[in-house]
Design a protein around this ligand. Structure first.
Ligand code: PEP
Ligand code: MG
Length: 311
């Protein structure tokens, strides 16, 4: 029954009361963007640009990057596209960017941190994004991964806006969720990466299968960080989305909306089941589901409490 309803659902994302929830696709390159383009999504919420270059020994030229980014912009012409700057390092090493031999790569020089010692890589990527946006004649939103301080967010936003692009950052480090109000003075939007936010909040490696009970976005401590971030977004009048795997779980999606998140970005294949579930869930149920999940002591209890609210 759920499956039939999901297949019939055709967007746009909204609760049963008609409150809009933007549903977006996570994409890796032009090909996956073209694959997602026919799904009922309002755009791309996370273009993981590092995935375009995993096999490369050398940094692609600005011209080559421009052409690759344009493929995604063209697939989603007229729709929102959020492009993430290179998140190299840790679980996604790039030969031309990642530092070898780090003891603790998840806590090392990854994502935006690569630009501290070598700003050229980020500058060239932003030049390529700006060129692609100009050629395609569209507005592009750009966000940085692994931001940890307000100063990093401000410096990144300045570089992005210099090129006429819209600036945001990912919320993946708990420090940023705690300081979301201050960060929002400098950026236009936030996007919560629940995969890494969970890893860092719970101090549990996201690749360690034996720690799956800790690397679970249903952990109440993680949901509390999401709530803090969403509340700061509401105070600032700026959008706060979720682009981690949590957004693809229909029950958790209702919780995230109840916590105040305004968009959900996920693998395109998940969008119909999330959309169909939201469409049958009222604003009040989302709010009560969020409170129930926040009040639970562990993921299993949170799920159970949310199921009782949404039944
Ligand atoms: C995340 O951390 O939740 C995220 C969306 O980024 P990635 O999975 O690419 O690290
Ligand atoms: Mg991440």
């Amino acid at each position: 029954e759920d499956r039939a309803r999901a297949e019939a659902w055709n967007g746009p994302g909204a609760t049963a009361d008609g409150t809009a929830v933007k549903l977006l696709a996570n994409v890796a390159d032009g090909e996956s963007a073209r694959g997602a383009q026919g799904q009922p999504v309002e755009g791309v919420g996370l273009f993981r640009t590092e995935l375009c270059f995993l096999g490369r020994a050398e940094e692609p030229t600005v011209e080559e990057q421009t052409a690759i980014y344009r493929e995604v912009l063209d697939a989603f012409a007229g729709r929102q596209v959020v492009l993430r700057t290179l998140d190299a390092g840790s679980d996604k090493p790039l030969a031309f960017a990642t530092l070898p031999g780090e003891d603790n790569p998840a806590l090392g020089v990854r994502g935006l941190r690569l630009s501290f010692d070598d700003p050229g890589l980020l500058e060239r990527q932003l030049d390529a994004v700006a060129a692609a946006a100009q050629q395609a004649g569209v507005q592009v939103q750009v966000m940085a991964p692994m931001v940890a301080t307000v100063a990093e967010a401000a410096a990144f936003a300045a570089q992005v806006r210099e090129r006429g692009l819209v600036a945001g950052i990912m919320v993946e480090v708990p420090a940023i969720a705690l300081l979301a109000d201050q960060v929002l003075e400098h950026v236009d939007f936030l996007s919560i990466g629940t995969n890494d936010l969970t890893q860092y909040a719970m101090a549990a490696d996201r690749m360690a299968t034996q720690l799956a009970h800790l690397t679970d976005p249903w952990q109440p401590a993680v949901l509390k960080l999401v709530a803090m971030t969403a509340e700061a977004g509401r105070r600032a009048g700026k959008p706060v989305g979720v682009c981690g795997e949590a957004a693809a779980d229909p029950l958790l999606a209702c919780v995230l909306v109840g916590l105040g998140v305004t968009s959900l970005s996920m693998a395109a294949a998940a969008v119909r089941s999330v959309g169909a579930r939201l469409a049958t869930t009222s604003d009040d149920q989302c709010a009560r589901a969020a409170q129930a999940a926040l009040g639970a002591l562990d993921p299993a209890a949170a799920r159970e409490a949310v199921l009782a609210v949404l039944a």
